[in-house]
Design a protein around this ligand. Structure first.
Ligand code: AMP
Length: 405
């Protein structure tokens, strides 16, 4: 969940910024000014600058923010723009609720440029000369504590130039916002009853592991990979460990009972109580039936990728020995052979060697693919078609969208 607050003085171009982010990045705009206008209209008043300011003063400093919080919680979208930030309460009250999900962009423009733009805009209340403009601005400073509000900005964007220059700067900020990881997950506040038990399916190399990990982080649930569970056992110096180690190099499926036992054990641990996303199980119809008897799965995410693309991706794949992070042609580690996240050593999995991959894909088509129809029929399948080369970020956005998040 991301909430981007937009702040700026009159004539700074806040609306353009909001619209650009909304159009390009799919954010829903919640506009303080529109909410206030609606209230003024409901009171039977004309929507003038004076009436807006008076109504705001009449109801106190917090009531608009409370309406906004309600609207955010009711919104289906997980990406929201909150604009314009005027009083510090407009920012601080939702911030209390949504924590680091909220970030603020301050749009900065010189007084001269702002006046020039406003005088061209030609709205009834817009100033006709620089003195009136300055007076209006002074009055706004008296009513709203801009200085304090703006001091909370996480990003500053200068908008003295043209729209193209502005877009480049916003794109830059958006990259940083996309990367930031909120500690408070609004999804849990907003959709407390949303599905929490997922399966992710797709051929080897479809990006299951990567997206399962990301989705798990986003929703504060557990990512369980049956392959990782097996590889953990394979590392043990026991008879079973050695047996599994050998079987894994063949690319064939291991015993249904063994894998299901490992999975059940893992899912009974405390960190699975908030929900989980299972990656690698079920892999055939029998496993599906066994799973259905024990667990009520909410949604099955299916990453539909062609064999050709999977083979291309798997040929460059490495995995971290320690934290199991996956690297590939598109996301190389910063230091060759070292994991970006934990510094662990990266290795090519025995079953990622080309001949084994071909067996694994065959097993997938023969045994795993038929499961998709079962989930399609019971309405649980959420299919993500990945045609050609798509950036992982794009795919992830598609997944969230398809899940209605
Ligand atoms: P993965 O990392 O999910 O591709 O799994 C690696 C290997 O573990 C597979 O090629 C299988 O040999 C084995 N494996 C993983 N999950 C299962 C499962 N559900 N049933 C049987 N074998 C599995």
């Amino acid at each position: 969940m991301k909430i981007i607050c937009i702040a700026g003085l009159i004539g700074s171009g806040k609306d353009e910024v909001a619209k650009y982010i909304s159009d390009k990045y799919g954010y829903e705009i919640i506009d303080y000014a529109n909410i206030l206008r609606e209230i003024v209209r409901n009171e039977g008043l004309e929507v003038t600058r004076e009436n807006l300011q008076n109504t705001r003063l009449k109801y106190g400093n917090t009531f608009l923010a409370e309406i906004v919080i309600k609207k955010i919680k009711e919104s289906e979208k997980q990406k929201i723009i909150l604009t314009p930030m005027r009083r510090s309460e407009d920012y601080l009250i939702p911030k209390k609720e949504f924590g680091s999900n909220m970030q603020m962009i301050l749009v900065e423009v010189s007084a001269k440029v702002r006046f020039k733009r406003l005088s061209k805009r030609g709205r009834e209340n817009d100033p006709k000369d620089f003195t009136t403009f300055k007076k209006q601005e002074k009055r706004e400073f008296e009513i709203f504590n801009f200085k304090k509000t703006f001091s909370y900005a996480d990003f500053k964007v200068n908008n003295n130039g043209n729209m193209n220059q502005l877009r480049i700067k916003i794109d830059d900020v958006m990259k940083k916002i996309d990367k930031s990881e909120p500690e408070v997950l609004l999804r849990q506040i907003v959709h407390p009853h949303s599905p929490r038990k997922f399966i992710i399916m797709g051929p080897q190399g479809s990006g299951k592991g990567t997206h399962a990990e990301r989705l798990a982080k986003e929703m504060s649930i557990l990512h369980v990979s049956s392959g990782d569970l097996l590889r953990d056992v394979a590392q043990q110096n026991t008879k079973q460990g050695k047996e599994i180690k050998h079987l894994l190099t063949t690319g064939k499926l291991l015993s249904d009972e063994l894998v299901f036992d490992l999975l059940k054990k893992r899912l009974s641990k405390k960190d699975a109580s908030k929900g989980y996303i299972i990656d690698g199980f079920p892999r055939n119809i029998k496993q599906t039936k066994t799973l259905e008897k024990t667990i009520e799965i909410d949604k099955v995410i299916y990453l539909n990728v062609s064999d050709k693309e999977c083979l291309r991706r798997l040929s460059g794949r490495t995995q971290c020995e320690k934290c199991k992070a996956i690297y590939g042609n598109e996301n190389q580690p910063k230091i060759k052979g070292k994991c970006d996240q934990c510094g662990g050593s990266l290795y090519v999995r025995e079953d990622d060697k080309e001949s084994v991959i071909k067996t694994r894909l065959k097993v997938y088509h023969d045994q795993t693919e038929p499961i998709l129809d079962l989930y399609r029929k019971n309405g649980k399948l959420v299919e993500i078609k990945i045609n050609g080369i798509k950036q992982p970020d794009e795919v992830f956005t598609d997944i969230l969208k398809a899940l209605g998040m």
